[in-house]
Write a protein that binds this ligand. Sequence first.
Ligand code: SF4
Length: 353
Amino acid sequence: MTTLTKTEDAAAPTGSDSFLSVRDLHVKFSTEDGVVNAVNGLSFDLERGKTLGIVGESGSGKSVTNLTVLGLHNPKSTTVEGDILLDGVNLTHAPESQLESLRGNKMSMIFQDALTALSPYYTVGRQISEPFRKHTGASKKEARDRAIEMLTKVGIPQPTLRVDDYPHQFSGGMRQRAMIAMSLVCNPDLLIADEPTTALDVTVQAQILDLLKDLQQEFGSAIIMITHDLGVVANMADDLLVMYAGRAVERGSVREVLKSPQHPYTWGLLGSMPRLNSSVDEPLMPIPGSPPSLLNPPSGCAFHPRCAFTGDVGGDACVSSRPGLPDGRGSACHLTAEQKQQVFIEKIQPRLG
Ligand code: SF4
């Protein structure tokens, strides 16, 4: 299984055997309004062939983390501290030329919206074959054959004809498949999928997720699946990281986190998900309030302005002191293990069904 074994405050690279090892990552942006602390002390590990789900609301830092792993942040306005080790190479200190040769080759990304990620001016085949030519030195003919092979793998009908189509000639689901073909054309060891199925209907969504699983088995890629949809995570991931306000607040295997979630924010995410077995008039349980400004995050536990359980902790601990995330399975919350279990069983589980 994917290992998530170090504390979020781990200070230095550990020489972990993981394929991807993120250690004490901090990402800050300078804006006209001040400094945005987008990611604060994040650490995780990911092994080859495994999938890590990262969930959280907009602004939780999940997408920024992964753009930083790929080196796609703006170096002029962004400060990155900590270590990102990919197969032993420290990406935080790598020159742009090295990152460029790794992107598309060793690491690749599937974006949420294929229509904007694919260029309307080039054929689908050209957009799949170009990175292959660039990274392997293949001839035009070899690269075109490879594009047809990839379109076949992702289930595009008549690939020898459709390879010459432009993106607007593909349906939404086919464009998403074409983007997956483009991302996997060089057999990347790390694939980052940012809400890869959000824009698709549920049938196509299920097909795309099955396709990703099949391709992962074939290529042995490690996958980071960024999503706000815990259903997608349950289907795809081995392990789960829940992020809030730029920090990890809960982690563990998907089974552990979904079966016995420990953090009030995770309870909120689960409660706000529609369920198939609920009656049509049963209301969802939205998390009150909105995510905090990362220009000036709340003191103590950043979730405290939205949390219904500060009274169970007592005193002002939630407001004055930030809870740490323990090693391995755990959550960053001042409630005791017994309180978490009791609150979950008595107040949350009955509402989740
Ligand atoms: Fe809620 Fe306090 Fe736990 Fe934060 S530390 S999640 S505010 S109970």
